[in-house]
Ligand binder design. Structure first.
Ligand code: XMP
Length: 541
């Protein structure tokens, strides 16, 4: 029987809510994420040991700001003591405002990114952390006066309150995000919180596979299921857990050099019994060129008589979200067609928690729509067996399942693939070929150069992103003028893809990349993108 969650996270709209959940899981404690509107009812019927109020993009004085229920102040532990509460960022500001302190929209101090804080006195929450430490902030408003009965636990080096606690030691606030890896002692702080709440570890990663298998097998009984199989770590893991579902790989022209061969190898390694590969290149290319209806195609042909580049400009999908929704539409159509052909009534996807977070499906802001979130399959039942997990957790499941290293170490690659790697210009077959060629050459070079004894520069990247920047620039080749697109190279280092550091490649490697890539007559320059996420994202679009 499933044990009850012992920690409740009230989701106030933060990008990081599921990262809080994941960090507690890593610390061995299961938690439940609650919509603030439904939290009261849940808290009345389930015993909890602690309540966390997440961050969120709203300001406490906004009419529509999410409100945790009043009940959080009267919940008792199974021993009859007040349940400890931890407010993070907006969660802390909400507590301050509700309990009689003051929050201001401090234009002079908007906390985005890394900051240093200093502790004020010694507190259980900061045990085994340094007196001065780095934290990650993301807030516009600041706390300027604490509620009666509260004292500050930390402040930033500029004197802004960074943490608080009440006299009983039952209500805590942190103005920064302990759940993101950029916060130096974030995990330690959350571990301290679990200890002060007396939350015992109750989550074992090894049991997860059985749980998923049991839960999904029940749904699959007597039914035919298909699942979107990209050959990446997520869908290969789902395939290994559920080998009877029919794997469907859609080749829409978005795949990299030799990727189809790797996908087939991974299907075999996962023990998938039936694997269908659909060649939908023409269908996708048409949609990605903005020519998905008959009248658009006819009009485009007419315009092309006057000027092909004008026609391309008029119909092309260049905007990232328009491309993503065009991809999603065709992806859905192709999967539904295959489902009808094989008589499937269930569609399974390898959706992960970050896909849902960034698509806005968990209540936060929409950063980008993921191709596998929010699809309307009509009568077909949709299952997302691993959508509560993060990438590194799925890698752990893949290892546990005995899948090869090429699966559990595989870098992620977005569903819309190379379509998202052509930036600022229309997607054409020629540009797909160009970016695919450049991607393969850059990857080869990075694989050849060792960063240390352990790993190559390619393996050092959590993800390598090679894109084609369509904005033309001038260059010189063979003493002649060239005018054309450039290649952008981006390597990121991250554990959970929610935050990431940009990698700086050594000059020697950059020189080699430039020399090789610019041999192509169609490529003028190479740019390097070393931005962090946030404010950038891993992909360019
Ligand atoms: P971003 O760019 O959002 O990328 O920082 C985070 C991770 O998600 C991948 N990604 C996607 N994966 N469908 C996917 O299956 C998508 O639409 C999609 N968009 C981004 C991205 O490659 C990175 O690993």
């Amino acid at each position: 029987m499933e044990s009850l969650p012992i920690l409740a996270i009230v989701d106030l709209g933060s990008q990081f809510t599921l990262v809080i959940e994941r960090t507690f899981r890593e610390l061995g404690v299961r938690s439940v994420v609650l919509d603030p509107k439904r939290a009261a009812q849940w808290l009345q019927t389930h015993p909890v040991r602690a309540i966390v109020l997440s961050g969120g993009p709203a300001g406490v004085y906004e009419q529509t700001a999410p409100q945790p229920p009043e009940e959080i102040f009267s919940v008792l532990t199974p021993e009859g003591e007040p349940v400890p509460i931890l407010g993070i960022c907006y969660g802390m500001q909400w507590l301050v405002n509700r309990l009689g302190g003051e929050v201001k929209n401090a234009q002079s101090h908007r906390g985005y990114g890394k900051a240093r804080i200093r502790l004020i006195g010694r507190h259980e929450l900061f045990e085994e952390t340094d007196f001065e430490q780095s934290v990650w902030e993301s807030h516009g408003d600041s706390v300027v006066a604490l509620p009666p009965g509260f004292k500050p636990t930390a402040h930033t080096l500029t004197g802004v309150i960074a943490g608080m606690v009440n006299e009983l030691g039952t209500i805590w606030g942190l103005q920064f995000h302990p759940e993101v890896t950029h916060t130096q002692f974030g995990k330690q702080i959350l571990a301290n919180f679990l200890r002060l709440c007396r939350c015992e570890p109750d989550w074992q990663p090894a049991g997860m596979i059985n749980q998923i298998r049991q839960r999904i097998s029940k749904e699959l009984e007597g039914r035919t299921a298909i699942f979107g199989f990209s050959g990446g770590v997520d869908s290969t893991t789902v395939g290994a857990i559920l080998p009877d579902a029919i794997a469907v790989t859609i080749d829409g022209g978005q795949l990299r050099e030799n990727e189809l061969a790797e996908i087939k190898r991974h299907a075999q390694a996962a023990g998938i019994r039936r694997h269908i590969i659909v060649d939908a290149k023409a269908e996708f290319l048409q949609a990605m060129a903005g020519l998905n209806t008959r009248w658009r195609r006819a009009l485009c042909r007419l315009c092309a008589l006057v000027s092909p580049s004008f026609a391309e400009w008029l119909f092309a999908l260049v905007d990232a979200e328009r491309k993503r929704s065009a991809f999603k539409r065709v992806y859905l159509r192709v999967l539904m067609r295959v489902a009808a052909e094989v008589g499937a009534t269930i569609v399974i996807q390898g959706t992960l928690a970050p896909d849902r977070i960034e698509s806005g499906a968990t209540g936060g802001a929409m950063i980008k729509s993921h191709h596998n979130v929010g699809l309307d399959f009509g009568q077909l039942i949709q299952l997302h067996p691993i959508d509560h997990l993060f990438k590194y957790e799925v890698r752990a499941l893949a290892k546990e399942l005995g899948l090869p290293a090429s699966v559990y170490n595989r870098q992620p690659f977005p569903g819309p693939g190379l379509f998202l790697r052509i930036i600022g210009v229309a997607i054409t077959k020629a540009r797909l070929d160009l970016v695919s060629w450049a991607d393969a050459r850059v990857a080869e070079i990075l694989k050849r150069h060792r960063r240390d004894e352990e790993e190559s520069w390619h393996d050092h990247c959590s993800q390598l992103v090679v894109g084609l920047n369509g904005v033309p620039t001038v260059g010189v080749k063979g003493d002649g003028r060239v005018y054309g697109p450039s290649i952008i190279v981006r390597g990121v280092k991250t554990a959970d893809f929610m935050t990431a550091d940009g990698i700086r490649f050594p000059a020697l490697i950059k020189d080699e990349i430039e020399a090789v890539v610019c041999q192509h007559t169609g490529i003028v320059r190479v740019w390097y993108d070393e931005m962090k996420k946030p404010p950038a994202t891993t992909e360019f679009e």
